[in-house]
Design a protein around this ligand. Sequence first.
Ligand code: MN
Length: 282
Amino acid sequence: MERADIQTHPKTISRQGSGETPPKKHSGHLEVIIEDFELLEIYPMSNELDALIEELVIANKILYNEGVVDGFGHISVRHPSKESRFFIAKSMAPGLVSAKDILECDFEGVIHDPENRKSYVERFIHSEIFRARPDINSIVHSHSPSVIPFGVTSQRLRPICHMSGFLGSQTPIYEIRHTAGETSDLLINSQKLGKSLANTLGSATVALMRGHGSVTVGTSIKQAVYRAIYTEVNAKLQLESMKIGTIEFLTDAEAMATAGMADQHLDRPWALWKEKALSQHG
Ligand code: MN
């Protein structure tokens, strides 16, 4: 019973055992319990992979519910233990994705699925950005509508408010014609195009794709989703502001400071977006 109590209330003890629950006279027993407690911290769910896939499913529904993706667009997450692999849904509308629809893909764009199901033709966006950016664990590709104008005009997407400081001073624009010529369908449907997009993204958090959409990256699913949503929000605000006057954008230092601030609070909007999405599309 003592063991169960500690597992359900892990915050009542510290690693040094100086918390209120464990009596010092049971120090031999306590060591074992604290070791287990540390394992619980590292693996908070009974099956880490199932939890990650569930989070990816929720992310699909959130992105749909928040208007970032519609029938098109996708989100991926890097496999936590298998090198050069990531998870992404089979080729389907993101709002309808469930855990059974998540497939494993490698960095060559090959799907490893016993049922031979297909994923998106644009999976090379994910494979090549994961390859180029070891710091990144989740990628969103969308056609979110307010962002499109900034990929086709001389007006650059820049951080207009404190929630979108992650945009930084540069949101690079990918020009597919430089790699695919002037007759392509604009889709990133090969390793070669994926590599050139990853090259344009560089170390940025967002890249716009001329006449197509955008790609947003994060160190976690929550961060990538947050950034995808606020990229669309920022674009909408910037379009509105352009109508009424000259815009005072965040400075580079403000952008950096606010991005760090937002990263401390990713759980709060996630909880709200999740509740909204699951109540409507659960
Ligand atoms: Mn696309």
